[in-house]
Design a protein around this ligand. Structure first.
Ligand code: FE2
Ligand code: FE2
Length: 288
């Protein structure tokens, strides 16, 4: 075991030099998972924080959503965009604020461009998987790479070295991470999800989105969605994140996602085109 891996494991598990999950983000995640909670509850929660409310309104009114008339209250934003989308916006905003200053701004923007692309792809896939709540997939897509955030904050140079190596030699970035860091962003993501006490579904996706076949069986469909949305985000992205060439398309992920009736690959190809066409809107959302 490498010394760097041991150090990273301790740092991440003890949140040393890493932010705690902001209280409001934890509350929003809990509300979003609670079938009893109403849209109003979520609105009330967000409105306790004026700066966050303002930010949610700015994002809701950004060109990504192209709403016909401007949204002027958080309650209205929750109704128009849906509780799950608003929760994801809050999560993105909170985490971005926590990591600003710890990670170079441009890198952080590239991270969110990639994560929002994956989140949008995952949300679209919800239509293919009626058994999973759509909003759950949006959040899973948004948070699949939290391990990358931790690596960028704690071992920026080594992580970039690994991704450059991967891009230069055409090898799998996760393999390159293992070689340089002794660990991988999915492993680190799993530690961080645990340290932040995130729900199981998010922890499993952070841990297994590059290898859904080894995820616990009940989570394999959502891990496969995360795998495919990561693939789509990389193929569609104007910004290639993680020094990544897109991972090879892995046919089996479609069967893992819907074992009884695997979907055709053409759906994923069409989705990648759709997500590519949203890249401008996503960067506007991050800039606004
Ligand atoms: Fe990843
Ligand atoms: Fe990713």
């Amino acid at each position: 075991m490498s010394a760097l891996r041991d150090m990273l494991m301790t740092q991440v598990k003890e949140l040393y030099d890493l932010p705690h999950l902001p209280m409001i983000a934890a509350q929003v995640i809990r509300k979003a998972q609670d079938p009893e909670a109403s849209a109003r509850d979520l609105g009330d929660l967000i409105q306790q924080d004026t700066a966050l409310s303002a930010r949610v309104l700015r994002v809701a009114n950004s060109s990504l959503f192209a709403l016909r008339s401007p949204v002027v209250s958080v309650d209205r934003a929750v109704v128009v965009l849906g509780a799950q989308m608003i929760s994801s916006i809050v999560l993105g905003e909170c985490l971005n604020a926590e990591f600003e200053g710890r990670i170079p701004r441009e890198t952080l923007m590239a991270y969110w461009q990639h994560s929002w692309s994956a989140a949008s792809a995952a949300q679209e896939m919800a239509g293919w998987l009626p058994s999973i709540r759509p909003g759950t997939l949006l959040t899973l897509g948004l948070l699949h790479d939290i391990g990358v955030l931790a690596l960028l904050a704690l071992a920026h140079d080594e992580a970039c070295e690994a991704w450059e190596l991967a891009a230069g030699q055409g090898v799998d970035p996760v393999e390159a991470e293992l070689e340089v860091l002794g660990t991988t962003h999915p492993e680190v993501g799993g530690w961080l999800a645990e340290a932040w006490r995130l729900p199981d579904a998010i922890r499993v996706v952070a841990r297994f989105h590059h290898a859904p076949v080894v995820a616990p069986e009940e989570h394999q469909p959502s891990a496969a969605v995360a795998y495919l949305s990561n693939y789509v985000a990389n193929v569609a992205g104007a910004v290639r994140f993680e020094g990544l060439t897109a991972p090879a398309f892995w046919e089996e992920s479609l069967a893992l996602m819907r074992p009884s009736d695997p979907l055709p690959r053409s759906l994923v190809v069409d989705l990648a085109e759709d997500i590519a066409s949203r890249q401008e809107g996503i960067s506007a959302l991050l800039r606004d």
